[in-house]
Write a protein that binds this ligand. Structure first.
Ligand SMILES: Nc1nc2c(ncn2[C@@H]2O[C@H](COP(=O)(O)OP(=O)(O)OP(=O)(O)O)[C@@H](O)[C@H]2O)c(=O)[nH]1
Ligand SMILES: [Mg+2]
Length: 641
């Protein structure tokens, strides 16, 4: 994947507003950027924000993308779609009203979404006296104590008089400089927050580019539907750009799809890497203001710009008390795309209030299973976020082995990270790389059993079938059951061969150096078969005739014949014709002396005469000699080589 080359020195940062209705969020965005973020006619008429609004500002090498959210409690779900992906929170508290319910709810949401930094604006400062302003500042500082905004600047501003705006811009600059840049070299992901048609362009979607980059000509995958789409163009900050970089508001023009098929909540991503899901394992944190959650409780679930209904189940406990946190398994009503570490919010079913949130641990979880006693330890490992531990634990749980595609879908790690981690685990003896390309891992514990089982099978087979030279590979593999995948089988077999415990030269596998040992009656029968063909010369008898005369049963007799053929004492010239090697050697000598005395050409009748055999035998025999390069066909004749 190509990475975007950001313009030297510029940094892209998303600033998201949050705060109670009418506290002056949109007015502040307009005062800072010159753009009023409200777009809808209804918003303008009612004087409130209903849906997300956007504005841009580029200053001192920072490109700010502003996401303005509605404060109305009925539109919190819209607020949530905007809050995902913000780098810097602009918490708005009106100086004349101080902290109100949606101040708290929005702030809780941002905290649960893992927002790391921000600035507090005490808006409408022109409406209050300095004592009131001081009081509100104290209330705000008190409220934010112990949170990620504990040390954030709290700045009085007025969008009306423009007082304090310069200080606020400076504070946003400082926060922007400190913000961790989103990863441009990672997989591309854009949660869609708007979709519309643009005259002359077709379908356009917008969103905050949360990782990777996107440019014209790229193929992208639309989740959860899985459609592969081509990018026709990309806009960022209101301008056409070659590639959209992470941390920017991004508009993507898509070919091959109607805008009506595109909706908020869908995600554009690097194609062929990820899997949609309806079951996830998470770390869930419940607000102390929330009601307790019981096993099976339905909630509203929000992640990225997506929203669905989830039923909550707990690992190892029945319920979650207010203020508590637990590993939970969420059953989602609709399919979504999430990756480990993605944040989410849950809201009470009714009345709809924010209850809590957390982070995704396993995006491809399964239904809660009581007998899966190691699940909690596994989720703890995922939560600690240490690559080697995670891959080792993941491999241990994959009884069938863990393929490259599954590792990507479960971790979203890049290729180099996957390979380096696998290598380290392999060197440490924790994981066996049973195939390097495509990469397949099997836990050393599980792998170690396979060679043992193979040895047992081969041993048993050779005991049960003393006259057979070995067990066919495929039979051996399928005897191990479906849990041993092809790559694992191959690696285990290779190991046994290199340890000189098995021979697996051809299609057959046998104990190294093992030979067939014959019973006395078998040895006798084998001699009889050989004798019958040796005595017959070129006038060979039919195989059935020879075998029928033996004192042992047909199956063993057939196997003895096979042994003679493998030992090349007998030679199968055609499906029906078997000759003793002595007879064939003599024939070759006779042809050689014929060539000396009569020349290299020989006709079929002369060949018949020379050998004394019928045409029925002569033709297959000549064809055999051609294959052996003793003769070469030349028209109807043969040339002796
Ligand atoms: N006097 C004064 N009025 C302000 C200021 N900022 C906003 N207002 C007014 O307050 C009202 C609400 O402002 P908005 O910016 O729409 O508030 P909001 O927080 O975006 O509201 P929602 O999006 O609906 O949550 C408007 O009438 C603004 O003109 C300010 O600094 N001083
Ligand atoms: Mg507004």
């Amino acid at each position: 994947m190509t990475t975007a080359t950001p313009i030297a020195g510029t940094k892209s940062v998303i600033v998201g507003t949050a705060g109670h209705i009418d506290h002056g969020k949109s007015a502040l965005v307009e005062a800072l950027t010159g753009t009023h973020p409200d777009r809808l006619a209804e918003e303008k008429r009612r004087g409130i924000t209903i849906d997300l609004g956007f504005a841009f500002l580029e200053e001192h090498g920072v490109r700010f993308g502003f996401v303005d959210v509605p404060g109305h409690e009925r539109f919190v779900s819209n607020m949530l779609a905007g809050a995902a992906g913000i780098d810097v929170l602009l918490l708005v508290i009106a100086a004349d009203e101080s902290i109100k319910p949606q101040t708290r709810e929005h702030f809780d949401i941002c905290r649960l979404l893992g927002v790391e930094r921000g600035v507090v604006a005490l808006t409408k400062s022109d409406l209050v006296d300095s004592d009131t302003l001081e009081l509100v500042r104290l209330e705000a500082e008190d409220y934010l104590r112990g949170s990620f905004l504990e040390n954030a600047p709290v700045l009085p501003v007025s969008s009306k008089t423009r007082a304090g705006l310069e200080e606020l811009k400076k504070a946003l600059q400082v926060a922007a400089q400190k913000a961790t840049a989103k990863d441009a070299s990672s997989y591309f992901r854009l949660p869609i927050d708007r979709a519309f048609a643009m005259k002359g362009f077709g379908s356009v979607v917008t969103g905050t580019l949360i990782s990777g980059s996107v440019g014209a000509g790229d193929e992208v995958e639309l989740f959860p539907g899985g459609e592969r789409l081509r990018v026709r163009g990309v806009h960022s900050g209101g301008k056409a750009v070659e590639r959209g970089a992470p941390g920017q508001r991004t508009a993507v023009n898509l070919a091959g799809i109607e805008h009506t098929a595109l909706k908020r909540g869908m995600v554009l991503a690097t194609p062929g890497k990820f899997r949609k899901t309806r079951r996830i394992d998470v770390r869930l944190e419940l607000l102390s203001s929330a009601r307790k959650i019981k096993q099976g409780t339905p909630v509203h679930f929000h992640t990225g710009t997506a929203e669905t209904i989830a039923e909550v189940f707990f690992h190892g406990q029945r319920e979650l008390p207010p203020g508590g946190s637990a590993f939970a398994n969420l059953k989602l009503q609709n399919e979504i795309l999430v990756l480990p570490g993605d944040r989410f919010i849950v809201r009470q079913f009714s009345p709809v209030v924010t209850m809590g949130g957390g982070a995704v641990l396993d995006p491809l979880a399964r239904r809660l299973m009581l007998r899966d006693t190691g699940r909690i330890a596994y989720l703890e490992t995922l939560g600690r976020g240490k690559g080697e531990e995670i891959l080792a634990a993941m491999t241990e749980r994959a009884i069938l082995g863990l393929g490259y595609g599954e590792i990507v879908a479960r971790t979203a790690w890049m290729d180099s990270e996957i390979r380096a981690t696998a290598k380290a685990l392999s060197v440490a003896g924790r994981v066996k790389i049973v195939s390097a390309e495509p990469l397949v891992l099997v836990s050393e514990k599980i792998f170690a059993e396979v060679p043992k089982r193979i040895l047992e099978r081969v041993d048993k087979f050779q005991k049960d079938n003393p006259l057979l030279p070995g067990i066919p590979r495929e039979d051996l593999r399928s005897s191990l059951g479906k849990r041993v995948r092809a790559e694992t089988f191959r690696a285990a077999l290779e190991q046994l061969v290199s340890q000189k415990r098995l021979d697996a030269a051809g299609e057959l596998v046998k104990k190294a150096g093992s030979e067939i040992t014959l019973q006395p009656e078998e040895a006798k029968a084998k001699d009889q078969i050989e004798g019958a063909f040796a005595a017959a010369g070129l006038q060979v008898p039919s195989v059935q005739e020879v075998l029928a005369q033996l004192a042992i049963e047909a199956k063993r007799a057939e196997r003895l014949l096979q042994i003679l053929l493998r030992e090349k004492i007998l030679v199968r010239v055609s499906p029906e014709l078997i000759f003793h090697r002595g007879a064939l050697a003599q024939l070759k000598e006779r042809l050689a002396s014929f060539k000396k005395s009569k020349g290299e050409r020989i006709t079929v009748p002369v060949f018949k005469e020379l050998t004394g055999i019928t045409r029925k035998y002569a033709i297959p025999l000549l064809e055999y000699l051609d294959r052996e390069r003793v003769t070469r066909r030349a028209g109807d004749d043969r040339v002796i080589l």
